[in-house]
Design a protein around this ligand. Structure first.
Ligand code: PRX
Length: 632
């Protein structure tokens, strides 16, 4: 084991040699001719001239050495199912799914949208797309018809793969009616929809469009569908995420760079070993699910657990019981989930044999110190590793890398800049790089972004450049839109977003999208949505709206009724995940004299903090109304 500092320095200063070495962790049909091509910044091309396949590296490559070892372990505490697929089983299922897609005309470069609950077929679907060189776009199952329609329109999929329903807390959650509505709303219509029928909710297939997965699968039991070798730079998938504007961005990932980045992360960051077991509790609809439920562990030759259910059902020990049963080595979750578990009987943490577990990784939102301490003590001495990244990057930017060199964690810090990332803190006013300790700046990454990071925004190179990149003296840097400080030891502390993105229970949401949805209610004239600190979820969305017609809003009951209606609109359009915790009605919103909404001030008073400098504010009474409402 070498020094991490040296490893990191080499990844930056001897970049191509470093990544050429990492590229040996994966199989290439044709070896790359050039490691990094950066002649047209900020567009970086990795492993140019190389040909590979993501599904080959995740599945086929392991058949010889571990074909009969577990690859995918599907556990549903919602339907009481547990099924182990070996690499050989997975290979067969993925080929069946690929054969179905092929029958429907899916070829390299076509988009396939996946809107599915946490079932094994979702994994088959993703891997089948990768196998064919088709570009998948997984949409989180918690999103409703409007969100789904926006994504269908942007990705223009030839085929959609979906299911009748998911299940949450023992209750079925219909998917099919939301999908039908979304397709109706969307200007683009998919040619075909593959329906996985779990027999949870009744539905009528759309004639000529919907095909039944089980029927088609039965026709392809012996399917042989070879992997399509694609150029390293061929897009593997798009994944939509929120930003400053209301329109979600399709983060576009390549094939070769992503495969190498994940292959390298398994040993270096996670200390995962082939034959081991990885348990990531995220959802396939988020980036963490893409990288560490599906692709990363499988590329690393590990078994991966795909879990459908709540962390507290049948009881708060369910995850730990899975760690014991499947000898989980690496676990990955989010701070919110740990805060949920913290409310359960602490004895559940010591009830199971957790000796296989090496470390618990947490990401997606700030890890508060009480939660970190609670889980660290509860898991007596296991490493708790906070790591920081984004949908855009595909794999961690900050973490300690125990697979390179053992390093201590610091409470409240996701660690240091990972190899490949040339992280700079930048003063948002002057654009100057901040090199001293404990200075607050915007966390940026000097280009080229390392392998596995976004190539561009799907169909919108200009938006990619304009949104993320700026020139600071002599350098082109990518902005994460996060504030951070770095201490004297190189450990970073993340201090929140610089834009209007909020983080609810580890789910990234755009306040502008929620505002647009609320504004579509016929009685809403104007609205401001802000993120407000919450003990359990980290943040919740809170809305302050001006009603068009206030004549009926004379009682608490009337205001409550309108609030419930507005919440229903958000539920139906975006999904319950985006529902504000409260919708307050006000007669004015605090603005500057030039008419700009003072979101920071609203957020501050909604959190009971001092709003700071208000010299530019037009109407102080507007803010006072919010102060009074919060005091309630
Ligand atoms: O604000 C940061 C926060 O989550 C954002 C990215 O969210 P998403 O695209 O959903 O990707 C999550 C991948 C783990 C970041 O811009 N964030 C993520 N990890 C952390 C975090 N904030 C504090 N600490 C973290 N470890």
């Amino acid at each position: 084991m070498g020094s991490f500092a040296e490893f990191h320095a080499r990844s930056i200063h001897d970049r191509d040699a470093f990544w050429a070495e990492q590229a040996r962790l994966v199989d290439w049909k044709v070896e790359p001719k050039q490691i990094c091509e950066y002649s047209n910044p900020p567009f970086a091309k990795w492993f140019v001239g190389g040909q590979t396949n993501l599904c080959h590296n995740a599945v086929d490559r392991h058949l010889a050495a571990r074909g009969d070892q577990p690859a995918l372990i599907f556990v549903s505490t919602e339907t009481d199912q547990e099924k182990i697929y070996t690499f050989r089983d997975l290979h067969a299922e993925v080929q069946r799914m690929a054969a179905i897609l092929q029958d429907l005309g899916v070829v390299k470069g076509d988009r396939v949208l996946i809107y599915m609950p946490m079932v094994a077929e979702a994994a088959f679907a993703m891997l089948a797309c990768a196998r064919l060189g088709a570009i998948h776009s997984v949409v989180f199952g918690g999103f409703a018809s409007h969100s789904l329609a926006t994504r269908i329109e942007d990705a223009t999929p030839k085929v959609i793969i979906s299911a009748d329903a998911g299940s949450r807390g023992g209750k079925s959650v219909p998917y099919k009616p939301l999908l039908d509505e979304a397709i109706q709303l969307s200007a683009h219509k998919p040619a075909r929809v593959v329906m996985v029928n779990r027999n949870m909710v009744a539905f009528t297939p759309v004639a000529g469009r919907d095909v039944d997965y089980a029927t088609e699968r039965a026709k392809h039991m012996n399917a042989v569908v070879p992997c399509k070798w694609v150029e390293s730079t061929h897009p593997s998938y798009t994944l939509y995420t929120s930003g400053t504007t209301g329109k979600p961005k399709g983060v576009q990932r390549d094939t070769g760079g992503y495969t190498v980045a994940l292959a390298a992360s398994i040993p270096h960051i996670f200390e995962g070993k082939p034959g081991g077991t990885f348990f990531c509790t995220s959802d396939i609809g988020w980036v963490v699910g893409h990288s560490y439920i599906i692709y990363g562990p499988l590329i690393g030759g590990m078994a991966t657990i795909l879990y459908e259910g709540l962390p507290i059902r049948p009881d708060g020990g369910i995850w730990w019981s899975l760690v014991e049963k499947y000898k989980v080595n690496v676990m990955f979750s989010a701070p919110t989930a740990i805060r949920v578990l913290k409310k359960q009987d602490p004895a559940l943490l010591t009830k199971y044999d957790l000796s296989s577990l090496q470390a618990l990784f947490l990401a997606g939102e700030p890890l508060d110190e009480p939660t970190a301490k609670w889980i660290s003590e509860g898991l007596s001495g296991k490493a708790i590793i906070d790591n920081y990244w984004q949908t855009e990057t595909g794999w961690p930017i900050l973490s300690i890398c125990n697979g390179v060199e053992k390093a201590p964690s610091k409470f409240g810090s996701p660690g240091k800049a990972i190899y490949g990332y040339n992280v700079k803190l930048v003063d948002d006013q002057t654009g100057e790089e901040l090199t001293g300790a404990d200075q607050k700046g915007v966390l940026t990454i000097e280009g080229p972004l390392p392998p596995g990071n976004l190539q561009t925004i799907w169909g919108d190179d200009e938006r990619f450049v304009k949104t993320y990149w700026k020139t600071v003296p002599g350098k082109l840097v990518y902005s994460t839109f996060d504030w951070a400080v770095r201490d004297k030891d190189g450990y970073f502390f993340i201090l929140g977003r610089t834009d209007d993105v909020i983080n609810v229970a580890g789910h990234r949401l755009g306040t502008r999208e929620i505002e647009e949805s609320i504004s579509s209610h016929p009685n809403v004239a104007e609205v401001a949505v802000v993120g407000v600190a919450d003990q359990l979820k980290g943040q919740v969305a809170m809305a302050f709206a001006i009603a068009k017609d206030t004549s009926g809003l004379t009682s608490d009951a009337a205001r409550k009724a309108l609030e419930a209606e507005v919440m229903k609109v958000v539920d139906a359009q975006l999904g319950a995940v985006a529902r504000p915790s409260r919708v307050f009605f006000v007669t004015a919103l605090p603005k500057t004299r030039s008419g700009k909404l003072l979101r920071r001030a609203i957020q501050a008073v909604a959190e009971g903090r001092d709003p700071g400098d208000l010299t530019t504010m037009d109407d102080p009474a507007a803010l006072q109304q919010i102060v009074d409402l919060i005091k309630g």
